[in-house]
Design a protein around this ligand. Sequence first.
Ligand SMILES: Cc1ncc(COP(=O)(O)O)c(C=O)c1O
Length: 343
Amino acid sequence: MSPASNFVLGDTRAYSRDDGTPGWEALEAAVGGLEGGHAVAFASGMAGIAAIVDQVSVGGLIVIPDDCYQGVTGLVRAGERRGRWRVRTLSATETAAWVEACGEADLIWLESPSNPLLVVADVDIICAAPRKPGATLAVDNTFATPLNQRPLALGADAVVHSATKSLGGHSDLLAGIVVARDEARLHALRHGRKLAGATPGTLEVFLALRGLRTLALRIERSQRTAHELAERLVTHPAVTTVRYPGLTSHPTHAAAIRQMPAYGSVISFDVRGSADVADAVCRHVTLIQHATSLGAVESTMERRAAVPGQGHLPPTLLRLSVGIESIDDLWRDLDAALRTSQG
Ligand SMILES: Cc1ncc(COP(=O)(O)O)c(C=O)c1O
């Protein structure tokens, strides 16, 4: 690990933005190994996403799910408004429509499970569909993590992570990773990173590598707790709907059990009552942090419809990212906040 940006000429590196650093390479080797490809590290998840989207030619077609991270929707819609490309949205559950779209689209974007409705797409079926020559099928694997889903093995061209979330795991860095196998695609990603200056910082890479060391421990613990909390929430009198792919009641449970060994650390649920009641739950939790990011050792919760660009969501929907705290402490906190907020 070295913070150097400038290197004595005559060796393999001259300048870090062009040639990388030993730290980036260590992180890329680790995440590439987990995903079964070669990784390119970026300054944030969005920087990696932008590098993929930027490869779409003028007039090309991008297909995205109707429920996905709002930054992706914002990015592709902004390009559409400037006449760069066309955008189509599909529900992640319309598998036949995705399969058909694979024959026409220049970029197929999947996010599974999705943020925040936790819809699990038939990633295996969609990845196996014939694609337009030169097209890219990318999967945002941030919520699944490489422990629960390896899209390249299913036939995806690129996998994306907001390493800010579970890979880093401590809410102390911004970073992104794209993993691919095809050499030309990797070259384009590295070239795009260099031209856009979308490079990760040395400290961020150090922290991401440190976080990765406990990825399996953190995820195994937090998703076991999430599954149990989801089951308890189903019977809570202050909760109307619980969305967690591991629940048999989840609309895409069948796809989840076919493709995933476990279902991640995020739960979305609707609070009985109004948006004000849901806001009150966020104010009343004390162990769970009222915060927007997710995938960390600490549990975080947010009312997602309050976020700009997320107005289509149920106003009472809370997204809970479960950390590694004791399940009994988390349940006490959540149960008390839910009961207090009902007045
Ligand atoms: C699923 C998903 N993908 C991508 C991103 C963007 O990542 P970053 O904030 O690291 O740019 C986020 C951020 O919340 C996310 O939740």
